[in-house]
Design a protein around this ligand. Structure first.
Ligand SMILES: Cc1cc2nc3c(=O)[nH]c(=O)nc-3n(C[C@H](O)[C@H](O)[C@H](O)COP(=O)(O)O)c2cc1C
Length: 325
């Protein structure tokens, strides 16, 4: 398959692994890139620019194919050392950066001067157009189904992707709800140039997370995600568990008076406990509705290759047959 995304990032398959907190280590990104997709190391998960530099070097030992780094700009009491992370990215020869969470304009000149291509993750057409206008090379269009932060507009991908295709000139990938070759073929049909998967990549052999996390994904259905933090306008789609039920109870009882401090026990510092220790009720962790389509734990290569083969077969055989070809 050749699309504007495979050309832009010089990758074999139009499949990207989105940055994921406490999942996007070298093992994850390296496996996806080695399989011909685009793996992404999650910058902030590494904890410091020095550790990010080490993670980039570790990933380079695993694959000589391109991989990227995610930089997430979310509200924080003490902002991370973004200039330090950008320097680590540039000094260590990264050529692709996935930005998310907020407008990356301030950081674009430094990235562009270093010859880095930027793909910005957006949850709306207006943010995608903004990303295009400030010079991003591509966007990842994240629909309401997605794991993580779907924004506040609640437009699912069956509408959002064709709307993005109507307006955007730069290439874009479909993100949120993507699981297999059916997703890839549909995304291409709706006007995207490829797909970005998050949740699906966690249920792979190489994903460096506790087995309890993978088993939770296998056990869950498409009915098991919840939206939290909507009253704080920081909506996140997470997998339902005891902590999420507690959090939603607090949202109900405190109403519009709720403060971030009220939900700290359910959201602060929970990722290492879940992803590393496998404490599945430790707090709220991102998960997409696509969890309903996850029934196995293949290797990353198996997942990427079967996704491409299935999409090729749908386009070349199933859809061609509809036209009697
Ligand atoms: C566990 C988890 C952690 C995530 N962490 C981040 C993050 O730190 N930064 C970011 O930009 N996106 C993050 N995401 C969003 C993914 O990169 C991707 O956009 C999303 O998962 C796509 O939706 P899907 O899960 O339906 O495939 C996370 C997603 C998951 C499931």
């Amino acid at each position: 398959m050749r699309t504007r995304i495979t050309e832009l990032f010089e990758i074999e398959h139009p499949i990207i692994q989105g940055g994921m907190h406490y999942v996007g280590f070298a093992e994850m990104a390296g496996a996806v890139s080695a399989a011909g997709g685009l793996g992404i190391i999650t910058g902030l998960t590494q904890g410091s620019p020095e550790n990010l530099a080490k993670e980039i070097r570790r990933c380079r030992e695993m694959t000589n194919r391109p991989f990227g780094v995610n930089l997430t700009f979310l509200p924080a009491v003490t902002p991370p050392d973004y200039p330090g992370y950008i320097k680590a990215i540039i000094d260590n020869g990264i050529k692709i950066v996935e930005t998310a969470g907020n407008n990356p304009q301030k950081w674009l000149p430094a990235l562009k001067d270093a010859g880095i291509k930027v793909i910005h993750k957006c949850t709306s057409v207006r943010h995608s157009l903004k990303a295009e206008s400030i010079g991003c090379d591509a966007v990842s269009v994240d629909g309401f189904e997605c794991g993580g932060h779907p924004g506040e507009d609640d437009v699912p991908n069956f509408i959002l992707l064709p709307r993005a295709a109507e307006e955007l000139k730069i290439p874009f990938v479909a993100s949120g709800g993507m699981a297999d070759g059916r997703s890839l073929a549909a995304a291409l049909a709706l006007g995207a140039d490829g797909i970005n998967m998050g949740t699906r990549f966690i249920a792979t052999r190489e994903a460096p997370v506790h087995d309890n996390v993978k088993q939770a994904l296998l056990a869950a259905s498409e009915l098991d995600t919840r939206l939290v933090m909507r009253p704080l306008r920081n909506t996140e789609r997470v997998l339902r568990n005891a902590a999420v039920d507690r959090l939603l109870e607090k949202e109900k009882s405190l109403g519009s008076n709720i403060k971030f401090a009220d939900i700290l026990p359910e959201v602060a510092g929970v990722y290492p406990r879940i992803m590393k220790q496998g404490e599945m009720d430790a707090g709220a962790w991102s998960c997409g509705m696509v969890v309903g389509l996850i029934h196995d734990i293949p290797t990353v290569r198996e997942l990427v290759e079967r996704t491409v083969h299935e999409a090729e077969s749908i386009i070349g055989k199933k859809l061609a047959a509809v036209l009697g070809r």
